[in-house]
Design a protein around this ligand. Structure first.
Ligand code: KPL
Length: 297
């Protein structure tokens, strides 16, 4: 059975390359033209990925058993608005975006579809447009967003395992999405504002001054959303991720440097918006959100 990967960035190409071993894979991107890509695995093996490419408005290949969506959070609804009306509602659609808010918007727009969300720590980067590097093995957690997806979640996790990704189901997936959101909220905006790799962040006075109140805000908002998250544990986790990914340029800093719009609306912006909905104050999240918006303007 065939898969469709929407959003041929580094992560999309990485998953496409592994799924290719299980069946045909078609890539859907805004711009076509990528004929082939070299995928280099962690063990140094290099393989050439040649996939059919199509634009979002074209007819879908058949039969499809999985749609994987790796678009930027801000592009997801628009990309799926063109695709989902043409897709049988029973085909599982796995959303893999940074932050939160975009997955819930898609689920509200297409409640009859079999929608799942995932968070992954697989590392991929793209040193050149036609080159993808599997930078580090991670874990992919996935779970249902719409009721019809609940029974298919184990099957999707198994398919990803067969493709070579360590993956498991999680219910409710919101707990895992919040866990990743909270870590990104403590790293990404700071790296964009301070223009530094993740590993340099803990030495920065601005980060040192704001990280404790930021973690408290995030934990309070998470709790109001029914998610259990401890401020001190989060602080520790952020420092651990900074150390583990010391040389990384965060996705937000990469977007900013490349002049692309960032995912700040779905990270600190999402937390600030949830805080308002619960009548809570989130001044540090709000300041980081506004700071990154200003960078862009
Ligand atoms: O997920 C990330 C990102 O850059 O978006 C972190 C964890 C910060 C690693 O760079």
């Amino acid at each position: 059975m065939d898969s469709l990967v929407v959003g041929p960035g580094a992560l999309g190409l990485l998953f496409a390359a592994r799924l290719r071993a299980l069946g045909n894979v078609t890539l859907v991107g805004r711009k076509s033209g990528l004929q082939q890509s070299q995928v280099q695995w962690q063990d140094g093996t290099l393989s050439t990925l040649v996939l059919p490419q199509q634009g979002p408005g074209e007819a879908l290949p058949e039969p499809l058993d999985l749609v994987l969506v790796t678009t930027k959070a801000g592009d997801t609804l628009q990309a799926l608005s063109l695709l989902l009306p043409a897709l049988p509602q029973s085909v599982p659609v796995l959303l893999m975006q940074n932050g939160m808010g975009s997955q819930q918007t898609v689920a509200r727009a297409f409640p009859g579809h079999c929608l799942l969300a995932a968070t992954t720590t697989e590392g991929a980067n793209r040193p050149a447009p036609d080159r993808v590097l599997h930078a580090g093995h991670g874990e992919t957690c996935l779970g249902p967003l719409t009721p019809s997806a609940a029974s298919l979640a184990p099957w999707v996790a198994q398919k990803l395992r067969q493709a070579g990704f360590y993956s498991r189901t999680s219910h409710p997936i919101e707990q895992d999405l919040w866990g990743k959101l909270a870590v990104n909220a403590g790293i990404n905006a700071f790296t964009a504002l301070l223009d530094c790799p993740n590993g340099v962040l803990p030495e920065q006075p601005d980060f040192q001054q704001r990280i404790t109140p930021l973690c408290r805000e995030i934990a309070a908002v998470a709790q109001a959303e029914g998610v259990s998250l401890q401020a001190e544990a989060l602080h520790q986790q952020i420092l651990t991720v900074c150390a583990r990914t010391a040389g990384n340029i965060s996705s937000m800093l990469q977007d900013h440097r490349a002049g692309r719009s960032t995912e700040i609306d779905y990270i600190n912006g999402y937390i600030a918006q949830c805080a308002r909905a619960h009548g809570l104050a989130a001044p540090v999240n709000q300041a980081l959100f506004e700071g990154v918006k200003q960078l862009h303007s």
